[in-house]
Design a binder for this molecule. Structure first.
Ligand code: DX5
Ligand code: ZN
Length: 224
């Protein structure tokens, strides 16, 4: 529907030809490219640093959506800003001072997001709504692609949607609601109905290439 954005997670792309993979999902109509940054500390996996983000930047004009799963947070923010990130999100538990980290992201010229794990209370949103451009609700525990959507996320998405709408009524400030983990053609409608407007999908997109190597087929099914 209108205003719904797809954010393929390159975690499930073929890293041997990452530039092409990025071009192909954008050609297929995806608006964002989701970059999962893991540090073998905050999460038990090690993935993408600022060098790889900088290598992707000249391959596309799509929004680069950097999801930091790292602790500490602040030292990496300027590095990803310089590497061309448009959005930088982090997990509040991983920052000593989330309000400061959010301000830093905007000072660096990026849009700022908070990422909430399945068991992270929404109280982390209190007092920082004005600093947020995006709230990322995790529907899996962070660390790996290809996990199953955790059903308790539906209620959480709906509650975050209510908070975002209330905040917009009071202040006029609009915040995007992104959902990340286990999204597939057969559950994306339900995630949208719960209130999401940005949909991350890794394995469901990169695991379903068309015969020509493109992603128009699966992207069409995600939007159906
Ligand atoms: C999980 C990552 C997600 C995830 C998405 O830690 O943040 O972006 O890999 O992949 P799928 O869609 O395969 O769950
Ligand atoms: Zn992610």
């Amino acid at each position: 529907g209108d205003g719904y954005l797809l954010a393929p997670s390159i975690l499930s792309a073929d890293f041997g030809r990452l530039g092409e993979e990025v071009e192909r999902v954008v050609e297929a109509g995806c608006e964002l490219v989701h970059i999962d940054v893991m540090d073998n500390h905050y999460v038990p996996n090690l993935t993408i640093g600022p060098l790889v983000c900088a290598a992707i930047r000249p391959r596309t004009r799509a929004t680069l959506d950097v999801h930091l799963m790292v602790r500490p947070v602040d030292a990496l923010v300027p590095l990803f800003a310089k590497a061309g990130a448009d959005i930088v999100s982090f997990h509040p538990e991983a920052s000593e001072h989330p309000d400061r980290s959010l301000a830093l992201i905007r000072e660096q010229g990026c849009r700022a997001g908070l990422a909430l794990n399945p068991a992270t209370p929404l109280a982390h949103l209190d007092h920082v709504m004005d600093r947020l451009d995006l709230i990322l609700v995790m529907s899996v525990n962070p660390g790996f692609g290809g996990q199953s959507f955790i059903p308790s996320a539906f209620e959480k998405i709906a509650e975050v949607r209510r908070r975002i709408d209330r905040h917009r009524e009071r202040t006029g400030h609009a915040i995007r609601l992104e959902v990340d983990g286990g999204i597939k053609p057969d559950n994306i409608r339900a995630v949208a109905d719960a209130g999401a407007d940005i949909f991350v999908a890794g394995s469901a997109i990169f695991g379903a290439a068309d015969a020509d190597g493109g992603y128009r087929g699966v992207v069409g099914r995600m939007r159906a």
